[in-house]
Design a protein around this ligand. Structure first.
Ligand SMILES: [Zn+2]
Ligand SMILES: [Zn+2]
Length: 431
């Protein structure tokens, strides 16, 4: 059977199927124990040959008596490609919730009882005990993390509990989802039918230097020294995370003062949208000439300082000072929540750098202008750059705009970045 989770099937547009728990059945108190079920089955499970003959649906609705309003019915809609929780008798902690994705919905011609073909999400424990998986350490997977597997099953409709959100998270993503211990996330697919087993390979979420170590676990049960801080290089061909400890061991700048610009100015040169240093900041990335040859060091430093003063006044005339503070930060992350998100300051810093570049390239404060525009026209209108909803989405999901208070960001910088002067091991940029 082809493993095609995530691909929207080209199903015909049937009307949604509505079933009522009152009229048809009391739902099972527990699902079949997956992969080793011995619990009694309400319905005969379809064979593969029978499944093809059954009527496909895009969605179905379960009506059940409302828990909040007496006499009312609640509607729970289940659609193809929804991630769902299955009823189980196990305690409802993050690690033992049974989650899967609906790949197909079908019904026999003889009745209106929906069946779903689901692909199971595996927890770290599931993976470490699965056949064909060796050497996998469950400790690198958080309790609220899952991997979508190629292991599928047909389930009756009354095994389904509710739709859940499982957020995809990619290692090179510049706008990672905000993840808390109460939200599920996924970084991999595990395919038992092909090699490689994991897609993308596990190393994608490991340190770019010591790739033999474990993946970044945002909610580890216990800390190790290597779990502390990670730095990110946002350049398009790098997009890698590194342990700070590994960078300090091999990629610490020997003399941060030996460059024309400070480490902070060289951080600003690392452009998330271009492999080359940003043209406005490239002048600060050059090494100073050797001492004693002539007086060029003094002249160069003076020229660089004067140039920066000019740029600074331009930035400050258009942007709130906190934007520059954020843009100059190294991109870091840290496990477990604190006042730094577990996915790090990545999204804020990338946005802040783009705003700084935008001003230096002679543009107006685009965000402010766009926000003003949005207030005076319908939400459905679009621009040549982004749709309005994308702009609003960006504004509302960035802590940058929710917390523009500069001392807050300065404190974060001191707390999480310290005085490290490290470089990317691929491009040599200040990170
Ligand atoms: Zn490392
Ligand atoms: Zn790099």
């Amino acid at each position: 059977m082809e493993f095609n989770v995530g691909i929207v099937r080209n199903l015909l547009a049937y009307k949604p199927l509505i079933i009522c728990q009152h009229c048809i059945l009391t739902p099972l108190s527990m699902a079949r124990k997956r992969r080793r079920s011995t619990a009694p089955k309400r319905f005969r499970i379809p064979t593969d040959a029978e499944w093809i003959q059954m009527r496909p649906f895009k969605q179905f609705v379960i009506l059940s008596p409302s828990k909040s309003t007496q006499g009312q019915m609640d509607r729970e809609i289940f659609k193809v490609n929804d991630d769902i929780r299955v009823r189980s008798t196990e305690t409802r902690t993050n690690v033992n919730q049974w989650l899967c994705r609906i790949a197909e919905i079908r019904c026999r011609e003889s009745d209106n009882n929906p069946w779903v073909k689901v692909y199971w999400y595996y927890s770290g424990y599931d993976i470490s005990t699965a056949n064909g998986v060796t050497g996998f350490k469950a400790s690198q997977i958080a309790d609220n993390e899952r991997m979508l597997s190629s292991h599928w099953e047909y389930l009756e409709w009354n095994c389904l509990d509710r739709v859940v959100d499982i957020y995809p998270w990619f290692s090179d993503q510049l706008d990672p989802p905000e993840i808390s211990e109460d939200t599920f996330f996924t970084r991999h697919v595990i395919n038992f039918e092909t090699k490689p087993l994991f897609n993308p390979p596990l190393r994608e979420h490991k340190c770019g230097i010591c790739s033999e170590s474990l993946m970044y676990n945002p909610f580890p049960a216990s800390f190790r020294a290597s779990d502390t801080y990670w730095h990110f290089c946002p350049r398009p061909q790098c997009r890698k995370w590194f342990h700070r400890s590994c960078l300090l061991h091999s990629f610490e700048e020997p003399d941060p003062d030996s460059y024309v610009g400070s480490h902070k100015l060289r951080i600003l040169a690392v452009d998330p949208d271009d492999q080359n240093p940003h043209p406005s900041f490239v002048q600060f990335t050059y090494p100073k000439p050797d001492r004693g040859k002539d007086s060029s060091e003094f002249n160069l430093s003076n020229m660089a300082n004067a140039k920066w003063e000019e740029m600074l006044s331009k930035i400050q005339s258009k942007l709130h000072p906190s934007i520059l503070t954020i843009a100059q930060q190294p991109i870091v992350r840290h496990p477990n929540t604190g006042n730094l998100s577990i996915v790090g300051n990545l999204k804020d810093v990338v946005l802040a750098r783009r705003l700084v570049y935008h001003v230096l390239e002679g543009s107006q404060n685009w965000i402010v202008n766009r926000a003003n525009e949005l207030l005076s026209k319908p939400e459905s209108a679009t621009t040549t750059h982004m749709t309005d909803s994308e702009v609003w989405d960006m504004l509302s999901h960035c802590r940058l705009l929710a917390s523009p208070y500069e001392p807050f960001w300065r404190r974060l910088e001191i707390q999480h970045s310290g005085t490290t002067h490290v470089m990317c091991n691929s491009c040599g940029g200040a990170i």
